[in-house]
Design a protein. Structure first.
Length: 182
């Protein structure tokens, strides 16, 4: 199992929040290396994208990635905050992609996202996002909360389960049917 780091509390595109100056923070390349996938779309990219995110195309905040059509395999590191659940629900409806979000397993959106996902990985330790405009090998600060990966669709679920990034599992199908714990 590999432990990767991710950084402080984020909002859209990984912007740092929580009393610190607003700075862009990006998913570390090691997450993509562990997944071993290429994506067709990153709907939450900063303007110009990030060179190590393996996505063929991207939408930035100026494009309103949520309102745009999503096609193919999607990489989703959405705005961190009150809208996270809405973004993850859209990916679940789309059915093909991987989301990286805080592991808010105590929230309604977190429970719904895990029930809808084909695979879940509770990432070991805290990830460190890369500071915007820094080299890809530069680490950020530890995240303000634990992270999870949600895989939707067969290929993405298999990649999440094989990632070695933490405790990875297939959600209990009986909880999907019942909408929650028995």
């Amino acid at each position: 199992m590999s432990a990767i780091d991710l950084a402080p509390a984020m909002d859209h595109g990984g912007r740092l929040t929580g009393g610190q100056d607003s700075v862009e923070w990006y998913t570390p390349p090691a997450v993509f290396d562990a997944l071993g996938l290429r994506f067709d779309l990153d709907p939450c990219a900063p303007p110009g994208g990030v060179p190590w995110v393996p996505a063929a195309r991207s939408y930035s905040i100026e494009d309103d990635g949520f309102a745009q059509p999503w096609t193919g395999r999607v990489w989703l590191n959405p705005p961190y905050g009150r809208e996270t659940g809405r973004w993850v629900a859209k990916l679940g409806d789309h059915g093909d992609g991987v989301a990286l979000v805080f592991a808010r397993v105590d929230t309604a959106w977190g429970q719904a996202a895990m029930r809808a996902a084909d695979a879940v990985c509770l990432v070991a330790g805290r990830l460190s996002f890369i500071a915007g405009h820094a080299p890809a090998d530069r680490r950020g600060h530890n995240a303000a909360a634990p992270s999870m990966l949600l895989g939707y669709g067969p290929a993405c679920a298999a990649a999440v389960l094989a990632s070695g990034l933490g405790t990875c599992f297939v959600p209990d199908l009986t909880s999907r049917a019942k909408g929650g714990p028995a």
